[in-house]
Design a binder for this molecule. Structure first.
Ligand code: AMP
Length: 492
């Protein structure tokens, strides 16, 4: 029977969640001891076979929240999947996320001999057809390529028992609504369905109403504290001087594994070329690169064989690299949440990190939006080298065409959370209180609203006990600027 939320919230270890012994063994291998709030809340309902609407972002432990009970149910009722068929279908918006979800299933299912396949575009069809020929327990797929395989008969969904839509809001942003509907239409009506989304715009709510039957709603607040652990600074520099300045920053050997974010694919290539010209080992990763090239670049970066990985936001989504020493925002993102997501790459394992943002005159509006979102003033080093400490509201935005925020819900805004480093102890402070989750359930709020809920719900009116008003929060004292001396050439 499903446990109520208030009861399940106090579960403090995986054993009491009722998971099978081989799964518990895999969790011990992975070093997980404490379930995260989304796991505590979702697992009992999923074990009981309920549909679920999960409002949670990457970094909350949501993959294990669905993978563990799914694996448990598969093991409890073993059967051959049937040729070209899968027992579980997980839909993912991006290749990187699909790969990671599949890895998670393999990790947690390692003592159960679970078979897992991944299907996405940009690589050959034939190996994927071969992988599916005998059928698999779990298929993780991006919608477009899955439809291709369904069209050729390489994959059939008529025996699928469980559907998971992960990052539904991202899939809708990427225009996958029709493909999703076609895929769902090919599934048996009697199935268990799960939908996870960081936010719940109307379109996602509508989709969940179509797909889920009497779902349990589970919500946890985004892990919003990432930005506070990162030492951040902004360097004011005109566009024309950014490349030189970026290369100059690498004079500091502390930049050992640095992610550089650019807004465009072309920009990523240019920055990479320039760094290489200056003798700094670098590779670019973006949507125009082949899957092979992306994987090679990532492997070099993970192995510490290149110092810089230059990426666009979309390409960087879902990449899980530990020990990133620095993040350089070569371009400030026009979506402020992307900033949090980007800099979170350097604050894994509860550790601090370094983020350096290059801000040109026409990007100041973006800076102001970021400062509002993170409720911090960022130390800004201006051209002559002094540190500006102007409240963001006093920064006069120059809203030219580049500075316009897009209408509607922006893409790529999942604040990132620590991953591997928190394996032994999950810090509850970063997550919603039960009251917050309950309140969010009741109001069906967005990710940002959820953060606000958590904010109000700890009885102090602040997250983590910080003083300040709930709406805009305290203006945090600017962290001390680290002196990455921008060179005279670049700045002066
Ligand atoms: P996710 O939100 O699924 O992307 O997970 C974020 C990170 O948290 C992943 O790197 C997981 O390996 C890790 N993780 C998930 N559950 C736990 C847990 N209970 N304890 C420690 N780490 C976890």
């Amino acid at each position: 029977m499903a446990r109520g939320r208030s009861e399940s919230f106090f579960v403090t270890d995986f054993t009491s969640l009722g998971l099978a012994a081989p799964l518990l063994a895999a969790l011990t291998d992975a070093g997980y001891t404490v379930p995260t709030p989304i796991q505590t809340q979702a697992i009992p309902h999923l074990l009981a076979g309920r549909d679920l609407l999960g409002i949670a972002q990457t970094g909350t432990g949501k993959t294990a929240a669905f993978a563990l009970p799914i694996l448990h149910r598969l093991a409890a009722n073993r059967r051959a999947p049937g040729q070209r068929r899968c027992r579980v279908l997980v839909l993912s918006p991006t290749r990187e996320l699909a790969t990671q979800i599949a890895e998670s299933f393999r990790t947690y299912g390692r003592h159960l001999k679970t078979t897992v396949a991944v299907v996405f575009g940009g690589v050959g069809h034939v190996p994927q057809e071969r992988a599916m020929a005998q059928g698999v327990d779990v298929l993780v797929a991006c919608p477009g390529r899955l439809l291709d395989h369904m069209g050729t008969g390489g994959i059939r969904l008529d025996a699928t028992e469980i559907l998971v839509l992960d990052e539904a809001d991202q899939m809708l942003d990427l225009g996958f609504v029709k493909p999703i509907r076609r895929i769902v239409a090919a599934l048996p009506k009697a199935r268990q369905s799960l939908l996870f989304s960081a936010t719940m715009p109307n379109e996602a709510a509508q989709l969940s109403a179509e797909i889920l039957k009497e779902p349990v709603r589970v919500a946890v607040a985004p892990v919003a504290t990432t930005a506070e652990r990162v030492e951040q600074q902004v360097l004011l520099v005109e566009h024309g001087a950014k490349r030189e300045l970026t290369a100059d920053l690498f004079a500091d050997p502390a930049l050992s594994r640095t992610l550089v974010f650019t807004r465009t694919k072309r920009g990523a290539d240019r920055v990479t070329e320039h760094l290489e010209k200056r003798g700094i080992s670098a590779a670019a990763i973006h949507g125009n690169k082949s899957q092979g090239a992306r994987e090679r670049a990532l492997a070099l970066f993970k192995a510490g064989r290149i110092r810089a990985l230059v990426a666009t936001d979309i390409a960087a989504r879902g990449i899980d690299v530990d020990a990133v020493s620095h993040v350089i925002n070569y371009d400030l993102p026009n979506v402020p949440e992307s900033y949090v997501h980007r800099i979170g790459r350097t604050a894994r394992a509860g550790a601090g990190g370094q983020a350096i943002s290059l801000c040109a005159g026409d990007e100041r509006a973006f800076l102001r939006d970021i400062e509002k979102l993170i409720r911090q003033r960022l130390p800004v080093t201006a051209r002559r080298g002094e540190v500006r400490d102007t409240p963001p509201d006093e920064v006069e935005p120059r809203r030219d065409s580049r500075a316009q925020r897009p209408q509607g819900r922006p893409q790529g805004q999942r604040p990132q959370a620590p991953r591997d480093g928190q394996r032994s102890q999950w810090s509850p402070t970063a997550d919603a209180t039960p009251e917050a989750a309950q309140a969010a359930n009741n109001n069906g709020g967005s990710g940002r609203e959820l953060a606000g809920m958590a904010f109000l719900s700890n009885g102090r009116g602040t997250p983590n006990g910080r003083p300040g008003d709930a709406k805009h929060g305290p203006r945090k004292a600017a962290p001390k600027a680290k002196s990455y001396g921008p060179s005279r050439r670049a700045l002066g």
